[in-house]
Ligand binder design. Structure first.
Ligand code: GLY
Length: 351
């Protein structure tokens, strides 16, 4: 088992290994020695597969367990489900001495984290991510949120978990499309800051060494989060491919999922960067090849003018400038402040 320590406003570990769900009670007991009740929050895809094993492990470690299961998917990450979770916790008299456990992918982790941040003004929570995307991105770093009608993740809080338990075996029950979706966030870390990781992924494709790759992604995310826990500067580097990707997700009414859209965004930004002399054509071609090796798309059918509209609502926009993350080379990226008047032209060179 690999252990990665995250030292921000709170210190906690990310554990990565096999068969961890069956030991999770014991692992959680070490960080929550005084809690007596664990409220497990999950969705109707994940709960039928893992809830029983997690519950048994928690009970063996001396926790009483209650569970709340909601319908899977981004459509559930809303104020309605959030309030249902809060009411469930209140009706079951969950106290500040107890803890929440998020069992599932990014939606479960984000909404449970937000409930933990706000219920009784804050209770402890543990992340048990079961998707690739949640393991390498959303479960680490303390961003919690729900979606509003106006857009994704518009209400939330920074709230770090007590522990993150990544059981690699849970990846075996993901659908191929869901696994591929998570691969976009994985290769993003290679392009951003780790050439050997990028080369491993490019040569192995989806048959990559899971413990090494997920461990490296978490270590790299740790480095950004440690330097910028509250997302005021450097952490925006994690947005590589996201400004264009979010526009694609929105234009498709979220039929194109996050990872696929981010992969298209990385392809477009890389080609545009080559066209503008920010990186070489060989670098952009390597990025495309790496994405393709993971069965990810590298372009979109939307036009530059269609993409430019939703890009203006990017959360990281500052006044008349959108900060695009661009590759200089494999493993080295930077911020390109781009005025809103130049956005469409920049994107058009990458299509
Ligand atoms: N998912 C990007 C971040 O945690 O900052």
């Amino acid at each position: 088992m690999k252990k990665i320590k995250i030292s921000v406003s709170k210190e906690y570990e990310v554990l990565i290994g096999n068969k961890l769900i069956d030991n999770s009670g014991e692992l959680i007991r070490k960080v929550c020695p005084k809690s007596s009740l664990a409220a497990v929050i999950s969705d109707d895809n994940v709960a039928p597969i893992y809830m029983e094993r997690l519950t048994k492990s928690l009970e063996t470690a001396g926790f009483s367990v209650i569970s709340f299961v909601f319908p899977h998917g981004e459509n559930s990450k809303n104020a309605g489900t959030y309030v249902e979770i809060l009411n469930f916790l209140a009706e079951n008299r969950v106290t500040r001495a107890d803890l929440l456990v998020a069992l599932g992918g990014g939606v479960v982790g984000d909404i449970t984290g937000f409930a933990a941040a706000t219920y009784l003004r804050g209770v402890k929570f543990v992340q048990v991510p079961t998707s690739l995307l949640a393991m390498v991105d959303s479960s680490v770093g303390g961003k919690t949120a729900i979606d509003l009608k106006a857009g994704k993740n518009l209400a939330g809080a920074f709230c770090q978990p007590e522990l993150v338990i990544c059981d690699l075996d849970t990846l075996d029950t993901l659908s191929p499309a869901f696994f591929t979706d998570g691969c976009a966030e994985v290769i993003k870390y290679g392009i951003l800051a780790d050439k050997p990781l990028f080369e491993h992924l490019s040569s192995r494709g989806q048959d990559f060494d899971r413990e090494y790759v997920i461990g490296r992604c978490v270590e790299l995310k740790r480095d950004y989060v440690t330097q910028d826990e509250f997302d005021t500067g450097l952490r925006m580097m994690l947005n590589l491919g996201h400004t264009v990707g979010h526009a694609i997700e929105k234009l498709s009414s979220y039929r194109i999922s996050h990872g696929y859209a981010v992969a298209m965004g990385m392809g477009i930004v890389s080609r545009a960067s080559a066209a503008k002399g920010i990186c070489t054509s060989a670098c952009a071609a390597s990025i495309e090849d790496g994405l393709k090796a993971l069965d990810l798309p590298v372009n979109t059918a939307y036009s530059a003018s269609e993409l430019a509209g939703p890009m203006l609502s990017d959360k990281k926009r500052a006044g008349g400038t959108v900060n695009l993350i661009v590759p200089y080379d494999i493993g080295r990226c930077g911020i390109l402040p781009t005025s809103v008047d130049e956005l469409e032209d920049f994107v058009s060179t990458g299509l």
